[in-house]
Design a protein around this ligand. Structure first.
Ligand SMILES: CC(C)(COP(=O)(O)OP(=O)(O)OC[C@H]1O[C@@H](n2cnc3c(N)ncnc32)[C@H](O)[C@@H]1OP(=O)(O)O)[C@@H](O)C(=O)NCCC(=O)NCCS
Length: 156
């Protein structure tokens, strides 16, 4: 059975597994311990609402929403990751559709997100899901090179 569930700190180990296995283009071999540390910090900050895609008892991907974002009734899709072995099966798109519906029910009218300019495949994934480029921000990320972010938005 497939379902999307709300997540909390008890899911940190499973979320770290997703981050470690999603083969993020900028950090493809990140260690599980580092993923757990970052997740704990994110839960401590309480800035994000976490939802996961679960199938057969396994969390295969997750998405987070930051309600605080500049702009009238704008919110931010902050994090999206699917384990590499399950990519290309529609899970990322389902998580996006879910978070858009959730944001709409909360009274938001636009979902925004940043992604790295160099991540062409990810950018085309967002464009296929209806996101339009708003602007570019050189130096947004902490990387020495390839640190330009593209801000995307979608009316919901
Ligand atoms: C981007 C990502 C969330 C998409 O999830 P998904 O479940 O694979 O996406 P879907 O199956 O719904 O859609 C398929 C599309 O996703 C994109 N996609 C698939 N694999 C991808 C990958 N490894 N990296 C980036 N984009 C990918 C492609 O556009 C693909 O369309 P195509 O088959 O026509 O080329 C997922 O690939 C991922 O976790 N990537 C690594 C982490 C990441 O980059 N997160 C976003 C950071 S802003």
């Amino acid at each position: 059975m497939q379902k999307i569930i709300k997540l909390n700190r008890r899911h940190i180990n499973q979320l770290a597994q997703i981050d470690a296995e999603c083969k993020h283009q900028m950090e493809p071999r990140i260690k599980i311990g580092e993923c757990k540390k970052r997740l704990k910090e994110r839960f401590d900050k309480c800035h994000e609402i976490f939802f996961g895609f679960k199938e057969g008892g396994e969390l295969k991907g997750y998405v987070t929403l930051k309600p605080l974002f500049p702009g009238h009734r704008h919110c931010e899709l902050y994090w999206l990751a699917v384990k590499a072995k399950y990519q290309g099966q529609g899970i990322g798109s389902r998580l996006i559709r879910f978070i858009e519906g959730y944001a709409k029910r909360q009274g938001f009218r636009r979902v925004c997100l940043y992604t790295n300019k160099i991540m062409k495949r990810t950018r085309s994934f967002y464009e296929k899901n209806g996101y339009r480029k708003i602007n570019e921000f050189p130096g947004y990320y902490g990387y020495k090179r390839h640190n330009t972010a593209v801000l995307y938005g979608k009316e919901i």
